[in-house]
Design a binder for this molecule. Sequence first.
Ligand code: BG6
Length: 509
Amino acid sequence: MGQIQDQVLVIFGASGDLTYRKLIPALFDLFMQDLLPRNFTILGVSRTEFTDATFRDKMNDGIRQFAYFKNPSKEKLTVFDEKLHYLAIETKEASEYVKLQHKLKKIDHDHQTGGNYLFYLSTPPALYGLIPQFLAKFGLNKGHNGFPRLIIEKPFGEDVYSAFQLNKLLLEFFKEEQIYRIDHYLGKETVQNVLVTRFANGIYEPLWNRNYIDRVEITAAESLGVEGRGGYYDHAGALRDMVQNHLLQLVALVAMEPPTEISAGAIRNEKMKVFQSLRPLKEHDLFNSVIRGQYMSSNIRGGHFKGYREEVGVDPMSRTETYVALKFFIDNWRWGGVPFYIRTGKRMPTRVSEIVIHFKPTPHKLFVSNPDFWTMGNQLVLRIHPDEGILLKTGMKVPGAGFEVKTVNMDFHYKDLQETYVPGAYERLLLDGMMGDATLYTRGDGLEAAWCFVQPILDFWKHNPNAPLYGYPAGTWGPDCADKLIGGEKQTWRYPCKNLADDGIYCEL
Ligand code: BG6
């Protein structure tokens, strides 16, 4: 790992939930592993009035709840607290940034942070265009002695037009190599392992193409509903919230060509080629290959679950999708003719994200006694969470007379790696941002290309408000017709369970 320069991390939106639940706990975990630079200060900025002391109290509470090292000694916490500072400003007012300019000068002087600033925008998206502009007004976008960098949270735009516009605006004040667009899925250890599985093992890559792969399936299911974010979610929906970013990033990692090296440029170039090869969805596809759903109230597992339209902040007549499933193709030599299926939904039976590679069955069916095995073929499951790991479903002879074949599991679980610390997504991304490594961040052009792919779906729904929106009872796997997308009774989605090695509609959730 490279040397990390001394710096100040400026978090805009410091009074918000993300700072409390994710950013500060992740920074504390880095601190506990001795991974922070020697001279390092965190400056929380937002409108809410805090003193350094009250900000520290609140952040300590977040650490105790959400950090991995949640029971630190008082001494450790005190040393970390000394790095935490706070500045209240009206972030919408350009003139207020003079206070930030002075504060940063003082921090540089008092803590020898070298004029290196990492600005983290964890604010409402309406400020993403303003803050960089105001930073520029006070010269904080220019490195005089040190570097300025900018990390931007999602959502990056609400459609293709606003995403292009935001990119354009950011580039007026910062260079592309200074802009770090977050997609927290890329910070997940298991997502990075997709690259290692593919490119560190000689056995997979020769099979990783249209000759051997029948279809690719990606699921990101959540058991929770919108959890107090109804106001935001009702304007976003599952397509913007999960597909445009997280799921298309997973598609890119599964489908990309081997990069020439592990570097931000090489990896992001290959991902970009995948986005450019996504076959645009035409009218026929929009009718037949996109399924949207919305969860309805239900009584399951002894509990009552509200329907989406009853959630706080949600329009009681809302037609926002809480579930979406898509079938599409990647038009290039590797993937010609191979369907990709992706789905995501809230209030599903369990929280699970995984990639399933379905291999084609053998060309000649020698062992005829188990037809089910032949329709299924081998599957490689890359589990992102929970029960992180990899599973290969393979055929084995049932001991005894004849040649009966059954499917068995070859599985690896991260939890078996005893004493290996698996860093959280924000921990990894913050560390990379501090080091200036953008490999796990999205590049402007890739993000725009992903928006270009989903925009026809948004337009279609907008102009055809009566396009089907299927209800599904909270706690189920979404609309039944999503199975038809794959092929009906013989082929369906994998219905994953909490445990990687189990599947089927009925299992421990
Ligand atoms: C966020 C979405 O980006 O990802 C949330 O805004 C969603 O709605 C979350 O719940 C899912 O992330 P994870 O890591 O829990 O799969």
